[in-house]
Ligand binder design. Structure first.
Ligand code: BGC
Length: 348
């Protein structure tokens, strides 16, 4: 259905996916944003588990990446610069001196071509052609993202891309989850586990230092489920730099995984809502919503304070284009980028 127009007059639509159990996702082709996602609590009450706005205009005006597709490169690239195929590329520095989430107009701010499919499980097929040198990245990149709301209560996201020149690609989804339903309170009582062997410490600009650090009982150890609020105020330089958690964890899944492996689990003990994240990606950025700051008035008039939502962004590691030891994000002409992430909902 028509949802509104951008300031330049481009029409934008909103699509509704439902499954046999009554779960519902509303997704717009502006930025591929999941505007709402209704899942049941332990009493069967359907409520929205993602932060966001009610209206298109609000997303256009000021969106801290609520619910969108992030690209061409999710996360940060140091000084917005990399060398590839003997050439130096300079991208926008839109996060201090660094490049974040694809630049000034990343995939979160473009209008995707959308084709819904309701024949089997409800899905939405989004395509976008990012021209050569858009936001400074080489190569015409043809991108396709498919959202499916499966009858197993999964929001499944598959990403595909091809290029005609060497480039870097690291696509992700930037949903802010709050399993209380309707964002009733912050996420500090949510219990999180991350299936990981270590994490990447960062510098003051949130760029990985290159160290792969073990977890061993530190505030970053989520190998067993732990309330997010437990250690978030621990006296730790890494928590201080990011004002909470805003780091990439190294997943224990095989790095070349073709089938999505378990990356993380999230539980709100009060509502009973439980979410499992599966991915083919080697890393996950856990961002505890440290910079929300009461600046955003979201759906239902709720003002999102710090830690009112959290992101679990499956991806390759930040700044990979400048780090040869990290799993590569280079995409070559004639090869295919593909990646799958599943957010599965249940109660316990
Ligand atoms: C980053 C945060 C950033 C946020 C922007 C997250 O993916 O890790 O550092 O502030 O996106 O909303």
């Amino acid at each position: 259905m028509p949802w509104g127009k951008l300031p330049d007059g481009t029409a934008v639509d909103l699509y509704v996916l439902t499954n046999k159990n009554g779960l519902e996702a509303k997704i717009t082709n502006y930025g591929g944003i999941v505007v709402s996602l209704n899942t049941p609590d332990r009493n069967g009450k359907m409520e929205d588990v993602v932060l966001g706005y009610e209206k298109l205009d609000e997303y256009v005006k000021d969106n801290p990446y609520f619910g969108c597709i992030v690209g061409r490169y999710g996360n940060r690239i140091a000084k917005g610069r990399f060398e590839l195929d003997g050439k130096t590329y300079q991208l926008a520095k839109n996060n201090g001196e660094n490049h974040l989430h694809g630049g000034l107009k990343g995939f979160d701010k473009v209008v995707w071509e959308a084709v819904p499919d309701t024949a089997g499980e409800a899905s939405l097929n989004l395509s976008y052609v990012s021209p050569d040198m858009e936001e400074g990245y080489p190569g015409n990149l043809e991108v396709r993202v498919v959202y499916t709301l499966t009858d197993k209560d999964e929001l499944k996201i598959t990403y595909f891309a091809t290029t005609d020149k060497q480039t870097h690609v690291n696509l992700t989804h930037h949903g802010y989850f709050n399993l209380t339903g309707g964002a009733k309170r912050d996420i500090l009582a949510h219990e999180l586990s991350i299936n990981s062997s270590g994490f990447l410490p960062v510098d003051k600009g949130l760029i990985p230092t290159g160290e792969l650090r073990g977890l061993g009982g530190s505030p970053f150890d989520f190998r067993k489920p732990k309330p997010i609020g437990n250690d978030i105020n621990f006296n730790d330089i890494q928590l201080e730099i990011a004002e909470g958690y805003d780091h990439n964890w190294i997943l224990s899944n095989p790095q070349s995984a073709k089938e999505p492996g378990l990356a993380a689990t999230l539980h709100d003990p009060e509502s009973g809502r439980y979410m499992e994240v599966f991915t083919t990606e080697p890393g996950i950025q856990f961002y505890s919503g440290n910079f929300l700051d009461g600046k955003y008035k979201g759906k239902g008039g709720v003002v999102y304070q710090d830690r009112w939502g959290l992101c679990l962004e499956t991806q390759h590691f930040p700044d990979t284009p400048n780090r040869l030891i990290f799993p590569s994000t280079v995409l070559l002409p004639g090869t295919h980028y593909s990646s799958t992430t599943i957010y599965q909902f249940s109660v316990k």
